[in-house]
Design a protein around this ligand. Structure first.
Ligand code: GUN
Ligand code: ZN
Length: 446
């Protein structure tokens, strides 16, 4: 059924451009009393309430949110849904954590019923955190992707996901039986889900460590077989990992070159982490349109290192950068929590991530990283109506803090530093309320 015409009234923030590259006045939009009109899944009008209300079609329901800000739905460019249940597991660095917690957890997805149950929990976690689009790793089991897409389709969220490809260096039960079969399974999922409703497919070799050169190459061919496919994998997250990859691929110049050689570096490719990348790697990403997913809570939790955000976004050769939670190595589904940590990661390198730049990364920046910024990440007519409603008085502390100032950047900074799922009053997906914090049953399918 078609989404009805609904108008939301509250303060609002959105972006017209990238505040890392152009002055805030040209890129950031704040309306202290905005009206956002949504119909048939899209935004049809956005602007000051006083200017817009006279032209509102008769019978349009207006939902007002006091002490709140409308914001484009958050975009999580790197997250593992199967790891939802193992978030916050005490472990050492990356490779140890993978062996000890991650692989055993993902083995449980051999059971389709378990995958279905976890997909439900995962989508609910995203929506209660204001996240409306995510780029999601499933497990090696095709039905894990089926479960995720099916649940996302019920909410009509725009998700990008894929079955993980891995054919070496993991427990037997997590390995693809053959390269041919792993590609055939991916193809079947693409046929079923890529472009079905709002679902999009990402070819997903886990990382160079768990795929043979043959599987990476086959992934590269698969990627070119259909327009608009995505690619996701991990890149240069951890020093030991990088050394290991260098040993596995001695004939390649570096980690990114492993992927480039397989034809995996280009537009709609999203590389998780990129903590320890070279200037040459950043130039390659800039030139090819490939993106990096900055995952600060994960990088701190595993002790992987500090992502060079301002270097990546250097106006001389800006790289597309999205923000990722990387749950379960990441410690929160909240992109507000990611921004809280991103600020500290920058601070440890002598930089300061202000709130305008931060909220850009969590919204339009993510859409740009995914090459979807023509339809996602903004509050503007024609854009898909994915909106989160931020509650400036969500907690006693936030209320106290935001009351002290009427400066929007300062209020946003308090939100990104103190906020979490409590600060999400509601989440609209394709023009419908998918989550309302204050309802008895907060979640609603489309
Ligand atoms: N590298 C390969 N697999 C993973 C994973 O599941 N999480 C993280 N953080 N890094 C990885
Ligand atoms: Zn990851």
């Amino acid at each position: 059924t078609q989404a009805p015409r609904i108008a939301l009234r509250a303060g609002a923030i959105t972006f017209r451009g990238n505040p890392f590259l152009a002055p805030e006045a040209e890129t950031f939009v704040y309306e202290s009393d905005a009206l956002l009109v949504m119909e048939a899944g899209r935004i049809t009008a956005f602007g000051p309430y006083e200017a817009l209300w006279p032209s509102l079609a008769e019978g349009t329901e207006i939902r007002s949110f006091p002490d709140a800000l409308l914001c484009p739905g958050f975009i999580d460019t790197h997250v593992h849904y199967p790891q939802t249940g193992m978030i916050a597991s005490f472990a050492g660095e990356l490779l140890e954590w993978l062996e000890r917690y991650t692989f055993p957890t993902e083995l449980a997805f051999a059971d389709p019923a378990y995958a279905d149950a976890m997909a439900k929990v995962f989508l609910r976690q995203l929506l209660r955190n204001g996240t409306t689009t995510a780029m999601v790793y499933c497990t090696v089991h095709p039905h894990s992707a089926e479960a995720l897409f099916a649940e996302s389709h019920r909410f009509d969220t725009r998700m990008i996901a894929g079955k993980v490809l891995m054919d070496r260096n993991a427990p037997e039960g997590l390995l693809d039986e053959s390269v041919a079969r792993s590609i055939a399974e991916s193809e079947a999922l693409i046929a079923r889900w890529h472009g079905t409703g709002r679902q999009l497919y990402a070819v997903t070799p886990r990382f160079a460590g768990t795929s043979t050169p043959e599987q990476l190459e086959a992934a590269g061919h698969l990627l070119k077989r259909q327009a608009g496919l995505f690619l996701q994998t991990h890149l240069s997250e951890n020093r030991k990992e990088i050394e290991w990859i260098a040993g596995l691929f001695p004939e390649r110049a570096d980690y990114l070159d492993v992927y480039a050689h397989a034809g995996l570096v280009g537009p709609r490719a999203v590389f998780g982490h990129g903590v320890h990348v070279s200037e040459g790697n950043l130039c390659t990403c800039h030139e090819t349109g490939a993106a990096l997913a900055h995952c600060p809570t994960s990088n701190l939790f595993l002790g992987s290192g500090l992502f060079r955000l301002f270097d990546a976004l250097d106006p001389r050769r800006p790289v597309r950068v999205g923000l990722g939670t990387d749950v379960g190595a990441g410690t929160s589904f909240s992109q507000l929590a990611s921004l809280n940590e991103a600020y500290k990661v920058a601070a440890l390198q002598g930089g300061r991530l202000d709130a305008v730049k931060g909220f850009y990364l969590a919204t339009l920046g993510g859409a740009h990283a995914l090459h979807l910024d023509d339809r996602l990440g903004r509050l503007a007519p024609g854009y898909e109506a994915d909106v989160c409603v931020l509650d400036l008085k969500a907690t006693e502390l936030l209320a106290l803090r935001t009351a002290r100032s009427d400066d929007i950047s300062d209020q946003l900074f308090a939100l990104m530093t103190l906020g979490d799922d409590r600060a999400i009053r509601a989440t609209y997906v394709a023009g419908r309320c998918a989550y309302d914090r204050d309802r008895a049953e907060p979640f609603q399918y489309a």
